[in-house]
Design a protein around this ligand. Structure first.
Ligand SMILES: [Fe+2]
Length: 308
């Protein structure tokens, strides 16, 4: 079984770090600045899930990092591309093999990064569902209440990349990360593949419907990165707050058919799309792989039609 725990961070070069730091804080991260780098974390224990460096030219997506569960897995993947294993000079230390994917994105495999203390997540009282036995309702006799916290994002969930050649990129990532296709998307007939939602292979363990979605767009471009948030109400609270701050919304609030996430997509000040999500599907190896028409890619259970 592949021994990749999860996607753990995305990296960018950003021209205006002050503006970006404000946006990231408003978006729900806990942000710290060290020299010409910004680190943003969630309330899970990863010391950073988003990194922005001072851009030397135009803003750009640099790449992403996956965490290996064992040093031997790091060594296996590094050996495929004959890349060195180096020490990481960032909070938490650890070891890293940095590779370049077929489109030039830097893909890190890391191992042994020291975890930070978890932060207290924001919470809300239980949902009053109509199908509960009235006596079993956990909110009897209580108003809805919320607790706020310094950080409302839990973790990095997935990344979506537009790629030059889907089959070449798919093979590259599957060999290294061991992805399983969840839903392959076709246009018109099943042999005309656009791309695929891919999930980690953790055997019987349940993982997100997709950790990486590669879109065969014929060119290379960062599409978006998605961060899981504390609860459903936060998506709605944050949606209004981000609009009041004057940020540019891309798509949402809605609920995807493929993956089932409640989503809300926003543009950061540098023009990159970042997503809030919650309530996504979780599958293990037994879910298998499926084919879906393009229409289902953009379909929503509810919410506006569109695309990020
Ligand atoms: Fe997404």
């Amino acid at each position: 079984m592949p021994e990749i725990r999860d996607l753990t961070y995305v990296r960018f070069e950003i021209e205006d770090l002050d503006k970006q730091a404000q946006f990231l804080t408003d978006f729900g991260f806990e942000v710290s600045r060290k020299g010409d780098r910004l680190f943003a974390r969630g309330y899970d224990s990863a010391p950073y899930i988003y990194i922005a460096e001072q851009a030397k030219g135009p803003a750009r997506f640099q790449g992403m990092g996956f965490e290996a569960l064992t040093q031997s897995e790091l060594e296996r993947i590094a050996a495929i591309g004959h890349v060195p294993i180096e020490e990481i000079d960032l909070p938490g230390g650890g070891l890293r093999a940095r590779m370049v994917d077929p489109d030039g994105n830097e893909v890190d495999i890391v191992y042994g990064v020291s975890q930070a203390s978890k932060l207290p997540p924001p919470s809300r009282s239980p949902i009053n569902q109509e199908n509960q036995e009235r006596r079993a309702n956990p909110r009897l006799g209580q108003r809805v209440s919320f607790t706020e916290a310094s950080c409302s994002i839990k973790r990095l969930g997935h990344c979506v990349l537009n790629v030059t050649d889907f089959r070449i990129s798919e093979a590259w990532y599957k060999e290294r990360i061991g992805f399983i296709t969840s839903d392959e998307i076709y246009i018109g007939t099943e042999d005309k593949t656009l791309g695929a939602f891919m999930r980690l292979d953790r055997g019987e363990e349940y993982v997100d419907h997709h950790t990486l979605f590669l879109v065969g767009a014929g060119h290379s471009e960062f599409n978006h990165a998605a961060f899981e948030v504390c609860h459903w109400d936060y998506i709605m609270q944050s949606h209004d707050f981000l609009a009041q701050q004057g940020y540019e919304q891309r798509w949402g609030v809605g609920k995807h058919v493929l993956g089932s996430q409640v989503f809300d997509y926003w543009k950061d000040p540098a023009g990159f799309t970042l997503e809030h999500f919650t309530d996504g599907d979780l599958f293990n190896r037994s879910f298998g792989s499926h084919k879906q028409p393009f229409e289902n890619l953009l379909a929503v259970h509810w919410g506006p039609e569109g695309a990020p």
